[in-house]
Design a protein around this ligand. Structure first.
Ligand code: FE2
Ligand code: FE2
Length: 328
């Protein structure tokens, strides 16, 4: 058989037709499912985004997890434990969604601990007081909600469905943070000062969570055309600021931004820009806690090696027993 014969024997792949079908699905705002044909670049973009999201949930357990043993009461400890455990669950849904794109959990974990994939810059900042647990719930989970609610309608089915459940839990996280801070604000002067100090530290990093400004965000346009992203970084950042200002007023705290004011003409708050150089440094691995976060994750993965080996050995044993039963 010649190469030409082989070509003739293979079923013709109608790339143009497949692409047209994919684009029609996106145009109808229908979901793309794992077995559907999709452009390679769409698959790669999604793997990058969903993996980054899954890694953020898992690394995000660390800053707050550090306070579980130091919670000021049994009630606070129970709330924090449940919250951190939810984040582990979010990581698992998202890793599963990512696996449907043809990449394994093992590969994803390796890419995280070998620093080949990123996670949210916010988790590279330290938690210095218990008020940070409240501030993270209020502002960091609040920013995550702004980012994630539109993702419930993202074009890739498994990602969108994971987001629906994640968002319900994130809303609990935000409320528990706000409730903790409002309790502290009704406490002593020291407690109020602790809340304000924490908000001052987390405000700008929370604004950075939406990513760089639109004109410096290389992936936004394509991601929006594919229905992966539904809003731009700057739109979401504005939405977050508008949502947070009245909450801060109700709480009795201020944000460390002298440019923050209501603009009646725009119907939105004007606000200053975060330090984007600092953001780039944190993204590049030079934030206050990058090394510590990855080292901790790597150690946890290595420490869990025996569990994975035992589970694999048990599964092999069961499969061998089933084979023997079938052949008997
Ligand atoms: Fe989460
Ligand atoms: Fe959360």
């Amino acid at each position: 058989m010649t190469a030409t014969d082989l070509d003739a024997a293979a079923p013709a792949v109608d790339e143009a037709g497949l692409l047209a079908g994919f684009e029609a699905t996106i145009a109808r705002s229908d979901r793309i499912e794992p077995r559907d044909w999709m452009p390679d670049h769409y698959r790669k973009t999604l793997i990058r985004q969903v993996a980054q999201h899954a890694h953020s949930e898992i690394i995000g357990m660390q800053p707050e997890g550090a306070w579980i043993t130091r919670a000021p009461s049994l009630r606070r400890k129970a709330i924090l434990l449940a919250k951190v455990q939810d984040e582990a669950g979010h990581g698992l849904y998202l890793y599963s969604a990512c696996e449907t794109l043809g990449v394994s959990r093992q590969e994803l974990t390796e890419m995280l601990i070998e620093v080949k994939q990123k996670y949210s810059s916010i988790f590279n900042y330290p938690t210095l007081s218990y008020a940070d647990v409240g501030t993270i719930g209020w502002l960091v989970d609040g920013a995550a909600i702004c980012n994630q609610v539109p993702l419930c309608r993202t074009s890739y089915g498994p990602y969108g469905r994971a987001m629906i459940r994640v968002c319900k839990e994130e809303s609990f996280h935000q409320r528990q943070g706000y409730e903790l801070l409002s309790t502290m604000m009704r406490g002593t002067d020291e407690q109020r000062a602790m809340v304000q100090e924490s908000v001052d530290r987390f405000w700008w990093p929370a604004l950075m969570m939406f990513g760089p400004p639109d004109d410096e965000s290389p992936n936004t346009e394509q991601s929006m055309a594919w229905g992966i992203k539904r809003n731009t970084n700057d739109d979401l950042r504005q939405r977050f600021v508008d949502m947070s200002v009245p909450q801060a007023e109700a709480l009795g705290v201020t944000f460390p931004d002298p440019e923050l004011r209501w603009n009646a003409e725009r119907g939105h708050h004007d606000f200053g820009q975060p330090d984007w150089d600092e953001f780039m440094q944190v993204v590049k691995g030079n934030g206050p806690c990058n090394t510590q976060r990855i080292a901790h994750r790597r150690k946890a993965h290595e420490d869990g090696g025996w569990v994975r080996e035992a589970a694999t050995a048990f599964a092999d044993k069961q499969a061998a027993a089933r084979r023997q039963e079938a052949s008997a």
